[in-house]
Design a protein around this ligand. Sequence first.
Ligand code: GDP
Ligand code: MG
Ligand code: ZN
Ligand code: ZN
Length: 260
Amino acid sequence: MCTDCGCPPPEQHHHGHQHDPKHGSRHHDHDHLDRGNVGADTRTVRIEEDLLAKNNRLAAANRELFRRHQLLVLNLVSSPGSGKTSILERTLADLKEDLAFAVLEGDQQTAHDAERIAATGVPVQQINTGAGCHLDAHMVGHGVEHFDLAHTAVLFIENVGNLVCPAAFDLGEECKVAVLSVTEGEDKPVKYPQMFRAAEVLLINKIDLLPHLRFDLEKCKAYARQVHPGIRIFELSCHSGAGMAAWYDWLREGVQKKKI
Ligand SMILES: Nc1nc2c(ncn2[C@@H]2O[C@H](COP(=O)(O)OP(=O)(O)O)[C@@H](O)[C@H]2O)c(=O)[nH]1
Ligand SMILES: [Mg+2]
Ligand SMILES: [Zn+2]
Ligand SMILES: [Zn+2]
């Protein structure tokens, strides 16, 4: 949770715009919390709940917007460097003729990932969170204002690299897709169970490196299923292309389900 790790609360993000609460789900009201005199533990807990409640309200508005546009929205979560942007680059390059994509890129600083995505020709918007360690529903609600959602089938949200905080924040997505690369150690699902419980899908990336590592793939999958029975697991390498076809089939299936 942000209040534990010290990232600034959303209300420190000031707006130069007005929101019209009557104007559908793209616009939301901002009943900013009074954060004065935070000190007592009970008050801290209370604010944590309020922040999450506010986030959940904005996430519900995002979800309604995405539903209206029959949009498949996937929230990519992982530690830094597992290969989220690389998986996106390869996926977009391979599927962009068949499916209309848009990408929201979350990072504390820089537009490096947005530049990598822009090179594929897919619409992309960078969100910099500054000291913040996760994206929240409010940032996503504004981020998607830059896209033509009526002509988009899949929105990828690349979250800030962090296996802890993004687990707690609903963005209005269809589901979280966790990426774990084989260089990170097979025990991460049991060390960060909240994240792997929150994710419906797990992409085990960089399997091209397995011959060089001591990484027990079966144990990793067993750990993931221990914290989340039924989690959907794909083993792949976006460098070699191994296993990408099954991930693409899952994506296409998800898009089809949205059209029903
Ligand atoms: N060997 C190998 N390296 C990969 C693979 N996917 C990503 N990488 C490398 O991992 C590093 C981090 O990738 P990046 O996509 O920036 O990760 P992100 O921080 O999760 O977005 C880069 O040096 C990539 O080239 C893969 O499938 N195999
Ligand atoms: Mg990235
Ligand atoms: Zn945090
Ligand atoms: Zn706003």
